[in-house]
Ligand binder design. Structure first.
Ligand code: ATP
Length: 318
């Protein structure tokens, strides 16, 4: 165990493809989930303490639970239990820059960050495979927050295969006021499928598959090809994100955000995961700055953040 504190930086993600299968009897949906880590980060600092204590800073701090349900606290408890430690003695501080309930896996990022930070603080030297297994128990998106870069997630999204990325992509993230509940967005997706007459269960919905064109665009670092794939890969009309229609149904004003970003020159726009953050792919750094400025001006979002991908996974800061 070290005496001082340790800080881990952990990225947000965008799902460049989120193909959602039918509702399974266990209540989950099978996914083909193409994750890309992006340069918005939370930082998790772990400091020695007698018991588990949690503090949160950042613009959305008030929306983050401080009790035992917080994913960072759950991660610290899980790691302590894994090593048979009597109690997770640690003060975790979450410096949150990833929007809360924004569809960018902020809570999952904090869980992965807390695992890596506590592992370093406690000197438990957990092998990577065991850390990944703990991540998968904490949530479907947590293993990817540990890995970062790009990966294909199957199963509930937690069975990961790293994907090659051949260049830098320039994005703008339009952050909305207020969040959307991920379970509620999945329920709306099921409801829309049932209402459309196609059915929402596993036998009615085709097995989700990654788009070969989208994977090739990532591999080649080709923004124009990725933009084309973002707008056409999905089963549900014009988006590679099968949750986009459900997010728009629950938050119709997101259509204005998507329209404002594409009108400002983005190559493509889509809802990030379960939303309500909208992601815009642009042609370069200058284009991203211009699209961010236009989005901020449009009044259709709270803030617009230019950034790049891919980004490394949970990383101990020196
Ligand atoms: P995903 O993209 O993985 O579906 P999200 O980005 O939409 O997730 P999160 O920011 O992870 O959403 O938060 C979802 C909910 O989880 C929050 O509304 C909050 O109640 C709870 N939560 C638990 N721990 C955290 C945390 N460390 N940070 C943020 N929210 C947390």
């Amino acid at each position: 165990m070290t005496d001082g504190s340790v800080t881990v930086r952990v990225p947000a993600k965008v799902n460049v493809q989120l193909a959602v299968g039918g509702l399974r009897p266990d209540g989950f949906h099978g996914l083909a989930n193409v994750f890309l880590a992006v340069g918005l980060h939370d930082e998790v600092t772990a400091t020695p303490a007698d018991s588990l204590r949690l503090t949160v800073g950042g613009p959305d701090a008030a929306a983050v639970p401080l009790d035992g349900t917080n994913l960072a606290a759950r991660a610290a408890r899980a790691l302590a239990a894994h090593h048979g430690l009597a109690a997770p003695g640690v003060h975790l501080h979450l410096a949150k820059d990833i929007p809360v309930a924004g569809g960018m896996a902020g809570g999952s990022a904090d869980a992965a960050g807390a695992l890596v930070a506590c592992d370093a603080l406690w000197g438990t030297r957990t092998p990577r495979a065991e850390l990944l297994a703990l991540c998968a128990e904490l949530g479907s998106d947590v293993p990817f927050s540990l890995l970062g870069e790009a990966a294909l997630g199957r199963g509930r999204g937690e069975l990961l295969t790293p994907l090659p990325v051949g260049g830098t992509f320039h994005w703008v993230f339009a952050v909305a006021d207020g969040g959307l509940s991920t379970p509620e967005v999945y329920r709306e997706c099921d409801r829309l499928r049932a209402a459309a007459g196609t059915g929402a269960t596993v036998d009615a919905v085709p097995e989700p598959e990654p788009s070969p064109a989208l994977l090739a665009a990532l591999r080649d670092g080709d923004s124009a090809a990725l933009a084309a794939a973002l707008s056409s890969a999905g089963a549900g009309g014009g988006s590679s994100n099968d949750l986009q229609a459900a997010a728009l149904s629950l938050r119709p004003s997101l259509a204005d955000t998507l329209e404002a970003g594409t009108a400002a020159g983005a190559l493509a726009g889509l809802v990030s995961g379960s939303g309500p953050t909208c992601a815009f792919l642009t042609g370069g750094a200058a284009e991203a700055e211009a699209v961010a400025a236009a989005l901020a001006e449009s009044g259709t979002c709270r803030t617009a953040r230019p950034t790049t991908s891919p980004a490394p996974g949970a990383t101990l800061l020196p």
